[in-house]
Design a protein around this ligand. Sequence first.
Ligand SMILES: [Zn+2]
Length: 179
Amino acid sequence: MKKIAVIVGHNSKYQGAMGNLGVSEFVLNTAIANVLEAHFRDSEYKIKVFHRLPVKSYTKQMKDLSKRVNKYDPIVAMSLHFNASASKATGHEVLYLKGSKKGLKYAKRLDESFDKHLSNRDRNLKPIKGRNERGGQLFFRIVAPVILAEPFFSNEEAEILNKNFNNLIEAYIEFIESI
Ligand SMILES: [Zn+2]
């Protein structure tokens, strides 16, 4: 059995970025995580969905989350997001912890899967260097290799969800099947 942790970015109270279709990061990625969990039920992959506490303190959220994820002890932890943008930025990218060999390996695979299934720009991989960087604690507190998915920007949400939603799901499925 291959255990994968799928972490929904943000929380029910502070839902992260809002896409131009009116669906927040939290709502969209909860749906995606649930689809992945259902897809892999009764397979060799055991997907466990993790949500963050609906509190304001990022450190408190990360302490609670990492405790639960570390107890689950997955092969890899994947956090689901999408990028916020004030401008017209577009594309997909995957974050990993600089220096983590396994993190880099999984980030590459997920990016390749995005390249294949999404038609938006390939922004490639983005290394996280310090725990004080935005989202940094996630990478330092979780023992398993961590990757963070940013498949599109908020101003691309309508395009992605109206036309390519299944492709986005397929990208995640194919990535998991490569583990
Ligand atoms: Zn986010």
